[in-house]
Design a protein around this ligand. Structure first.
Ligand SMILES: [Zn+2]
Length: 116
């Protein structure tokens, strides 16, 4: 379950930037090709922030669809999963979207909205 490792990294980063202020909400962007399961992510985040300044914070997840571009024929197409195959049959595909995994913003107790 790689969500726990990711959630722990996110929790660490959030707590570091919060610098002791309680965190109410964290927004993360997760691409479709990261193989992160949103429900598992939510659960792991809840565990990861337990006892920290972000304990009880809401986790907002922004989804990003996957997309790829074929190096063989130049076609751009949506990718639903990690099997990257162009409609032309080539597997020489460059991922152009869907690998996002980042903290977009967080809300701390003094109602400041931090863009990261
Ligand atoms: Zn192609």
């Amino acid at each position: 379950m790689h969500e726990l490792a990711i959630a722990t990294n996110i929790a660490d980063a959030v707590c570091e930037r919060a610098a002791g202020r309680p965190v109410h909400r964290v927004t993360v962007r997760i691409g479709a090709l990261t193989a992160v399961v949103p429900e598992a992510m939510r659960w792991c985040f809840t565990l990861a922030v337990e006892g920290t300044v972000a304990d009880g914070a809401d986790l907002e997840i922004e989804h990003r669809a996957g997309a790829g571009r074929c190096r063989a024929c130049g076609a751009e197409f949506p990718c639903a999963d990690l099997i990257l195959l162009c409609p032309c049959g080539s597997a020489d595909v460059e991922v152009t979207a869907g690998r996002e995994l980042q903290i977009v913003s967080m809300e701390v107790a003094d109602v400041r909205h931090l863009r990261l």
